[in-house]
Design a protein around this ligand. Structure first.
Ligand SMILES: Cc1cc2nc3c(=O)[nH]c(=O)nc-3n(C[C@H](O)[C@H](O)[C@H](O)COP(=O)(O)O)c2cc1C
Length: 359
């Protein structure tokens, strides 16, 4: 199995160590981060989406014009654009970027997050049922050779027909609730999740594979992590501790809680269980997840590049073919991952592939 690295374009060069997340658009950072991750050997970059953020598809279109090889993973939330139109928007991006686009379907864990864009009163279960129907229409608009009608619970369409079809546009899907795993099994090419222990990851990989098998499908996996690397293990853990203290100070300055979190989504609840102790397995670190309530990609692997590469290889062995990695100094860490970590993991995967082939 190959290994792919997915970076991140978080619109500006800040993270939890700099204060409350600000999704302001810093064009210079976006250009530098695109170039650094293309030169650093990343395969793709995730462009996130939120109800207060710049628009992910537009940032991807801008990025595709500035790069030649780098792929884009565009976070997209069903429920705000008609699926036939979203299908053509993504197909347009796919063709203009010459097949470098994938879409990451995020259904939205928090009601107030959805309400900010006018989706008021839908339950999370209803949102996943809508994503299910939305993805069926998206794929039909991408592939139908003749006009089609659709009458479902959420969408009604007459004689839809697109003149633009993507070459190969992978669908990634996030969410760990039972509804999410059901929809992912039916539609996703890659299931994306956050960094839990090896055992917990093995468990969710098995559940998602079983969900896909119920539809006669194969599915790939993506795991999100925040690697903290340094020349020595001691220096890496020292850096991790410094990150925790900076995040704690920023949250206290902003009057934000640093404990007692009750996140609305399953993914964060699972990650908080993982964060029952600060270090899990050999080097899984949960310090920031504990403080922030595990709001998204918030656990990491700590050590030298060699040690972190070996830990990533453990996840690769249980089926993780994509690693979505970002640091706490977004640009500097992306450059360090491209220089010190990605080449090492690729070498180790190639060597383990040769070993497996030889055995
Ligand atoms: C890799 C990954 C990236 C995500 N990116 C976003 C994002 O950009 N914006 C967002 O609102 N939610 C994002 N999510 C959150 C999920 O899509 C989902 O809404 C959330 O996990 C709630 O689902 P659950 O309760 O089923 O776990 C992401 C999740 C994963 C695993």
């Amino acid at each position: 199995m190959s290994v792919n690295f997915i970076g991140y374009i978080g619109f500006n060069n800040t993270s939890e160590i700099h204060g409350v997340r600000k999704r302001v658009l810093d064009r210079t950072y976006v250009v530098d981060a695109l170039r650094a991750q293309e030169e650093g050997g990343f395969d793709r970059v995730l462009i996130p989406f939120g109800s207060n953020s710049p628009e992910s598809q537009i940032v991807a279109a801008y990025g595709a014009a500035l790069t030649t090889r780098l792929g884009f993973l565009v976070a997209h939330r069903p429920g705000f654009t008609q699926p036939t139109l979203a299908a053509r928007q993504l197909a347009t991006l796919d063709q203009l970027s010459q097949g470098r686009v994938a879409v990451h379907i995020i259904t939205g864990g928090a009601d107030e997050e959805m309400a900010r864009d006018g989706d008021i009163g839908t339950t999370k279960a209803e949102r996943y049922a809508r994503s299910d129907e939305y993805l069926a229409i998206l794929r039909q608009e991408w592939s139908a050779k003749t006009p089609f009608d659709h009458d479902g619970k959420f969408y009604h369409i007459r004689q839809a027909s697109s003149a633009i079809h993507p070459e190969n546009l992978p669908v990634f899907f996030g969410g760990t609730s039972a509804e999410a795993i059901d929809v992912a099994g039916r539609h996703a090419d890659v299931y994306a999740t956050w960094g839990e222990t090896l055992d917990a990851t093995r468990e969710i990989v098995a559940r998602v594979r079983a969900s896909a098998a119920r539809h006669g499908r194969q599915i790939g996996f993506s795991l999100s992590l925040r690697p903290v690397i340094a020349d020595t293990e001691e220096a890496a853990w020292k850096r991790a501790d410094e990150i925790v203290e900076r995040v704690r100070a920023r949250r206290e300055d902003a009057g934000l809680p640093t404990s007692g979190h009750r996140p609305p989504n399953d993914g964060s609840r699972r990650l908080l269980e993982t964060a029952s102790s600060t270090r899990r397995d050999a080097r899984l670190w949960t310090g920031v997840a504990q403080l922030t309530g595990a709001a998204g990609n918030s656990t990491g692997l700590v050590g030298t590049p060699e040690q972190v590469a070996d830990a990533l290889l453990e996840y690769h062995r249980i089926g993780i073919g994509n690693f979505l990695i970002r640091g706490f100094d977004p640009l500097a860490d992306a450059i360090a991952y491209g220089r010190d970590l990605i080449p090492l993991v690729r070498e180790k995967v190639a060597a383990s592939g040769d070993l497996a082939a030889a055995s």
